[in-house]
Design a binder for this molecule. Sequence first.
Ligand SMILES: C[S@@+](CC[C@H](N)C(=O)[O-])C[C@H]1O[C@@H](n2cnc3c(N)ncnc32)[C@H](O)[C@@H]1O
Length: 194
Amino acid sequence: MTQETDWQERYQIKDTPWDKGKPAPGLVDWLKKQTLDPETRVLVPGCGRGHDASAWATAGFKTTGLDLADLALSDARKRYKSVPNLAFLRGNFLDENPQEPFGLIFEHTLYCAIDPVRREDYARSLLNWLKPDGYFLAIHFIFPLNDEGPPFGGSREEIINRFKPNLKLIEDWKPSHFEGRKNEEWMFLWQRIS
Ligand SMILES: C[S@@+](CC[C@H](N)C(=O)[O-])C[C@H]1O[C@@H](n2cnc3c(N)ncnc32)[C@H](O)[C@@H]1O
């Protein structure tokens, strides 16, 4: 049985503890030293109110934030309306296909937020949205898997085993983190190989 979360309702009742009102510190650090092709098109699935997507666009990348929740998207569009190269789309990362796949997917607390029984669907969907040689940059929550989420947690090993059939792990590390998330965030950079 899957555990569906009503994300629109979470935004409606303002029960959004994951939202820190700014981009993830690990992403901010990474963007300062990245050497990507400036033409890389970026997708941020589960973008919520758009803080991370806005950081990508501000760094110069054509960026699409994707989310299921209309309320999150309307907040994102309002707050970041002056940021160029940034679009917010309503869509389901697990069930839809893009018209054109992306050169990089950045994820932050989407994988840990979806029901663990759908994690293989997530790994499959990633291949629909990502170009054959594209990058997957992720900040995952690392703590014991539980069934009381979201967030549901997971381990570094589980994540590596999940994605390694189709992606090569370039690097993984402990990033700078939001207050209160010490030892909970782990960052991974992958490149698709098949
Ligand atoms: C825990 S929140 C994280 C939001 C954002 N990444 C952040 O850190 O502020 C998870 C987000 O993923 C969205 N979401 C959940 N399942 C999704 C799916 N299948 N496709 C697209 N978005 C999804 C939710 O609406 C919610 O905004």
